[in-house]
Design a protein around this ligand. Structure first.
Ligand SMILES: Cc1cc2nc3c(=O)[nH]c(=O)nc-3n(C[C@H](O)[C@H](O)[C@H](O)COP(=O)(O)OP(=O)(O)OC[C@H]3O[C@@H](n4cnc5c(N)ncnc54)[C@H](O)[C@@H]3O)c2cc1C
Length: 151
């Protein structure tokens, strides 16, 4: 059986894993550096306390129970396409077919380091929440809002 390696446990990687494992033609393995699917669309409610961070996470193990693909929690460091090899922090994996589903990342222009974006790492939603809480406690302050990560 051919082995498919899927890199990334977001919507793209998980949907690919689900569809391919249903076919029974491939040995399907999903690699992600997070052990949960992060539901970005509802993460906007974390900063304003309308939901908790934990409620935005779906454990990959729960999805795997219904769709039994192999699951590896590890961070991918390098891809060697000519050797069909993926180097992770803790192991090296081989594949017949590779799907890369790491999601998007933005160009890091000057000033971006001073911003918090809900589109970034999941934990940023908590930093935004804590920042807003501090302002409320203080009773005043400024919030600068940009679009698409512009500082
Ligand atoms: C606030 C917000 C609201 C949104 N609302 C909507 C909406 O209403 N409707 C809609 O359709 N879309 C919405 N989106 C967009 C949607 O969330 C994204 O398009 C979607 O998450 C992209 O999925 P993805 O799998 O490509 O990437 P991601 O969700 O970014 O997943 C990437 C995965 O790869 C993993 N990964 C990354 N690097 C490595 C590495 N080196 N090694 C191992 N694993 C790695 C990550 O941990 C993650 O699991 C919203 C996005 C945001 C931020």
């Amino acid at each position: 059986m051919k082995n498919v390696l899927i890199l990334g446990g977001g919507f793209a990687g998980i949907q690919t894993a689900i569809e391919l494992q249903k076919k029974d033609t491939f040995e399907v393995t999903l690699v992600s550096d997070r052990d949960y699917l992060y539901l970005y669309p509802i993460s906007i409610w974390v900063p304003v306390h309308l939901t908790e961070f934990e409620n935005v996470k779906v454990p990959l193990a729960t999805i795997q129970k219904t769709y039994p693909f192999n699951l590896i929690k590890d961070k991918v460091i390098e891809i060697h396409a000519s050797e069909n090899k993926v180097v992770c922090e803790n192991q090296t994996l081989t594949y017949d077919y590779l799907v890369v589903a790491f999601g998007a990342d933005k160009m890091k222009h000057k000033g971006i380091e001073n911003t918090l974006s809900i589109c970034g790492k999941p934990e940023v939603s908590l930093s935004i929440r804590d920042g807003i809480d501090k302002l409320i406690q203080k009773g005043n302050g400024k919030i600068a809002v940009g679009f698409g990560g512009n500082p």
